[in-house]
Ligand binder design. Sequence first.
Ligand code: FES
Length: 296
Amino acid sequence: MPRLPLVHYVDKLEGAAWLDPAAGAVAGLVRKAVPAGKVADALHGVPLGHPVHPLLVVVPLGAWVSAAVLDLMPGNQGAAKTLVGLGVLAAVPSALTGVTDFSQLDTPQQRTGIVHQASNAVATVLYAASWLARKRGDHGMGKLLAFGGLAVSGVGGFLGGHLSYRQGAGVNRNEDLSEEIPEGWHSLGPVEAFAAGQPRAASLGSIGLMVLRREEAGGGAVSVLADTCSHLGGPLHEGHLQETGGQLCVVCPWHGSTFSVESGEVMRGPATAPQPVFQTRIRGGQLEVSLTGAGD
Ligand code: FES
């Protein structure tokens, strides 16, 4: 099936290195303004368990599309103005969550993301101007500006969809793990092969694992997590250990997502999905793991 020309240009954006200075500057500013912590976690959507940005964008877009429908019908000037203003206000939290996610994306994603943000910023300015024009009674100009804003926000929305569904921003990297690992227990080899107190790499078929023999338990207790960080796939076995919220955690080396080694719970974002944790047992000196614990 022939593709829209827009898709061709958006594909090219991913490789547009000339966008890197602007993207890097914005990402750096956001990381400085919203450092890792509770506020950043709330903006990423850690308490929600998935990114909060897609949830918030429906408010301005819904308001603006509704305003466009009203603008096409006579006698709805007051309601259309209200919806345009509501959309402008709702664009603020939407933008805040979006730029916070953007600040922790990889380079090709940030190239798309910076144009997505710029489009949405232009759309918001057009809608703000539309609201002001309507306020002073110039509804013709208000409609013109609003339809311009709708067109630009359509481009922004298309880029947002590309970022999520084509480039995988905000996608849980371990979603299909349970389908890839057969039920039952699987040997990872002699437990003594894993030095105590440091995350180590192991594999189960094509699945990478992070193995941690716990020092505080004399190396006898072992935590095993999926090695692929649920955020953007960073290798957890290259991360470091730290105590967070009273729990021993591993910190992803790429963007600092912090997971409990016991439960896989996200203790600090940008990851929002927990890290899969395997059950472990030691039989005859062999370390065995199971994702489900089923079978013997
Ligand atoms: S890949 Fe981003 S925090 Fe792990």
